[in-house]
Ligand binder design. Structure first.
Ligand code: HSE
Length: 305
């Protein structure tokens, strides 16, 4: 039985101003997935963690991805998958994308990479659709490709890898669950032109900042006038965290994906650790349990180990 193990990283989607179009991959945390090829058209799923995710393929994010691969190959094969998740579902650091992208990359690898990267992203987006009701690639693309991704368009798929500076990422994950579907539901469907102008200025500024390795420009551009004012209400201590982290030297940051995690970018490890201390101080006061990560940008994406 042909079998492989992949590591599938967490991701920060949106990068504050780029709702649904920007994302980056994290060195930590990552899920560990073991996939084997079967000669029968079925998907068997085992969980090696305590999250209790469904093992029926149709209800499992990785399962629907594998089913879509099987359908493409006219059900000539099947898969047996063991998932050891380290990225908590509903955390805002791309838990569903890690499952979906990990399954898609692992399946393609077992099939001698017959599919293009674009096709692998398409397979993985089926998992995001199950998790959040919408096909978005701002977690999937950086998870698969590593680094920073710009999703210029979904239909047709147009993904651009942005060269990223060696920044540190500090993440605090308050142990409350915000479902992406709910966090999308509360958003307004219309935006004011003056807000749109600010937002696209920031998106362009952030991309230019990454490409020029201009830390000040990155910091100035990490501003969101459309989504954050609404979603931040769901995250206890959000305003205080943001203010205090910037005072501690962070370039900037905001809600990671649809939350509740909050991320901050820093130019060196010392600052990233000071930012972690600030995040801890805020959450100690709220009494909400939390988990923090101090990590870097993962430039490899899902990898076969
Ligand atoms: N762009 C998506 C959202 C990411 O913000 O809803 C979800 O992780």
């Amino acid at each position: 039985m042909k079998k492989i193990i992949v590591h599938s990283p967490g991701t920060v989607a949106n990068l504050v101003c780029g709702f649904d179009i920007l994302g980056l991959a994290l060195e930590e945390p990552y899920d560990i997935m073991e996939l084997a090829l079967l000669d029968k058209p079925k998907v068997i799923i085992h969980n090696r963690d305590a999250f209790g995710l469904p093992t029926e393929a149709e209800k499992n994010v990785a399962g629907v991805v594998l089913l879509s691969v099987m359908e493409k190959l006219q059900d000539r094969i099947g898969f047996e998958l063991t998932i050891e998740k380290h990225i908590k579902p509903g955390s805002g650091i791309g838990s569903s994308a890690a499952s979906a992208a990990g399954a898609a990359v692992a399946a393609n690898h077992l099939l001698n990479n017959i599919f293009t990267t674009e096709e692998v992203v398409q397979f993985a987006m089926n998992g995001e659709k199950l998790a959040s009701g919408v096909k978005h690639a701002d977690n999937i693309a950086p998870c698969i490709l590593g680094g920073v991704s710009l999703i210029r368009s979904i239909h047709p798929l147009d993904i651009i890898s942005i060269p990223s500076p060696d920044l540190y990422v500090t993440v605090v994950h308050p142990q409350i669950e915000v479902r992406t579907a709910d966090a999308r539901q509360i958003l307004r469907q219309q935006v004011l032109l003056k807000d749109a102008i600010k937002q696209w200025g920031n998106i362009a500024g952030l991309v230019a900042g990454f490409m020029k390795n201009d830390h000040d420009l990155i910091g100035r551009s990490l501003e969101d006038v459309i989504i954050e004012p609404i979603r931040s209400i769901l995250i206890p201590g959000f305003d205080e965290i943001k203010k205090n982290c910037k005072e501690a030297g962070a370039l900037g940051g905001g809600i990671s994906g649809s939350g509740p995690s909050v991320f901050m970018l820093s130019k060196d490890k010392q600052t990233a650790l000071a930012v972690e201390t600030v995040m801890k101080e805020v959450y100690e006061k709220t009494g909400i349990s939390y988990h923090t990560y101090v990590t870097t940008i993962n430039k490899r994406g899902v990898e076969v180990v």
